[in-house]
Design a protein around this ligand. Structure first.
Ligand code: AMP
Ligand code: MG
Length: 433
């Protein structure tokens, strides 16, 4: 068995005392093994699930050439004659679902509605707004330059061609994907089973909702933030409650978490010098590295594996993330380190989050040598330029900074102080939170 320690040392820039975010992400990525179990579900239940296999289109969509407009279908040969005006006799009508079964020669046309099959011999549609009908409605006239040959015709297979992959395995199914599969006549799909993620809060000072707040105590907010972030990823979130700062209950909680979940998340108790038993405990019955990430917020992080049995390698394994206790640090480490691992384990192909440039409305203090994820409010100014303002306190305990913000201001590892008016990278919360 390769241990995390053996593996980590092979990663470039591996320094557990100041691990760059990118190196931590690279290590975590390597340990995130996708779940293999697959379930067959009705199409609608596939929303937000991870597609288990490629879907190859069994048919052309649309299945037939059809009209893109309400108008008149005719053969482009009529245009080739060179006349400046065309005069065509209407020989029939086609509606969506009601094809015209006859034929039309070069002097004839067929009244067509949007979605109607293109009649045989016809390849061009002139929109009805551009024609003049004769008094008895038996023919139409229109300028030859009103339409190009082949116009306003949707081709069979133009949306999805038969035999081509319509969706790839690893896709997280969205609304359009449900519609797309329905357009192929597919009513059931194979998806990966949902990932099970257990989460635990640690700390003697934590009180749960409904309990009185004793002196010096705080309400446990991390469990609720974690629940919500996990929900958004559509994983099964198992709330294992609060564990006091004592080794025995923590060990019991971690072992039962490993027995029931693929991933175990804890918050609190991983800072240097505090609750040292956590380290000892995890080192004896897990394969866990304690990192100090070159990142703010979110410096302390424990990562590795734990087992349901009494020692490493015994019983059910689970990937383990020991997140910091500070509420903002929990969210930042979750999004920057945990999220991608969960998506990979769920069998998804994670897409990089969109990051773009905005001008900072204010000077920002930043120390080189760590990546900072400050909270900001971004918007476009009167000239359409993106600008961002950091929210007030950037302390990692101030959760309101996350609620006020609509983006992370991502200040790269090597960046130093930012002057007012300088360009910074922002990562919008939309699609993330
Ligand atoms: P720790 O990492 O355990 O030293 O915790 C750092 C800070 O985060 C302390 O102020 C804790 O009280 C706070 N904290 C830890 N866990 C939670 C939690 N679940 N909810 C709210 N605050 C927490
Ligand atoms: Mg604590």
């Amino acid at each position: 068995m390769t241990t995390l320690n053996e593996f980590s040392r092979c990663v470039a820039q591996y320094d557990p005392h100041a691990l760059p975010v990118s190196a931590a992400q690279a290590i975590v990525r390597q340990w995130a093994t996708p779940v293999t179990a697959v379930e067959r579900v009705p199409l609608r239940d596939a929303l937000d699930r991870v597609l288990a296999n490629d879907i190859v289109s069994p048919i052309d969509v649309p299945s037939h050439d059809n009209s893109a407009m309400d108008g008149y279908a005719f053969n482009r040969a009529a245009l080739a004659a060179g006349a400046s005006e065309l005069n065509l006799t209407i020989v029939g009508k086609a509606l969506a679902g009601h094809p015209f079964m006859g034929r039309a020669d070069a002097k004839q046309c067929v009244r067509v509605m949007t979605g109607a099959s293109m009649p045989a011999d016809c390849d061009t549609v002139v929109p009805q707004e551009l024609v003049e009908r004769s008094a008895d409605s038996s023919s139409i006239r229109f300028a030859a330059n009103a339409v190009l040959g082949g116009a306003n015709r949707r081709l069979a297979g133009e949306d999805l061609a038969r035999g081509h992959a319509a969706l790839r395995a690893g896709r997280i199914m969205r609304a359009s994907d449900l519609g797309l599969l329905a357009s192929l006549g597919i009513g059931e799909v194979h998806v990966r089973r949902r990932l099970r993620v257990a989460f635990i809060s640690t700390g003697d000072e934590l009180r749960s909702l409904g309990e009185p707040l004793d002196p010096g105590c705080v309400y446990d907010s991390n469990r609720h933030t974690l629940f919500a972030m996990l929900r958004r990823l559509n994983v099964e979130a198992l709330d294992l409650g609060v564990v006091r700062d004592q080794p025995a209950p923590l060990e019991a909680a971690l072992r039962s978490a490993a027995a029931s979940a693929d991933v175990v998340l804890t918050s609190g108790g991983v800072s240097v010098g505090e609750a040292d038993f956590t380290r000892q405990l995890l080192q004896t019955f897990g394969d866990v590295a304690f990192w100090s990430l070159a990142m703010r917020p979110g410096r302390p992080l424990a990562f590795g594996r734990v087992w349901s049995g009494e020692r490493p390698g015994v019983g059910q394994p689970a990937l383990f993330f020991g997140l910091p206790g500070n509420p903002v640090a929990v969210m930042v480490t979750f999004y920057q380190i945990v999220r991608e691992a969960l998506l990979l384990m769920a069998g998804a192909t994670p897409q990089p989050l969109p990051v773009f440039q905005a001008t900072s409305r204010q000077a920002i203090r930043k120390r080189a040598g760590r990546t900072e994820f400050q909270r900001g409010v971004a918007g476009r100014d009167a000239h359409g330029q993106w600008r961002v303002t950091p929210t007030g306190s950037q302390s990692s305990g101030v959760l309101s900074s996350m609620s006020e913000a609509n983006c992370f201001i991502v200040l790269g590892h090597d960046e130093a102080d930012i002057a007012e008016g300088e360009s910074v990278q922002i990562m919008l919360f939309d699609g993330l939170i």
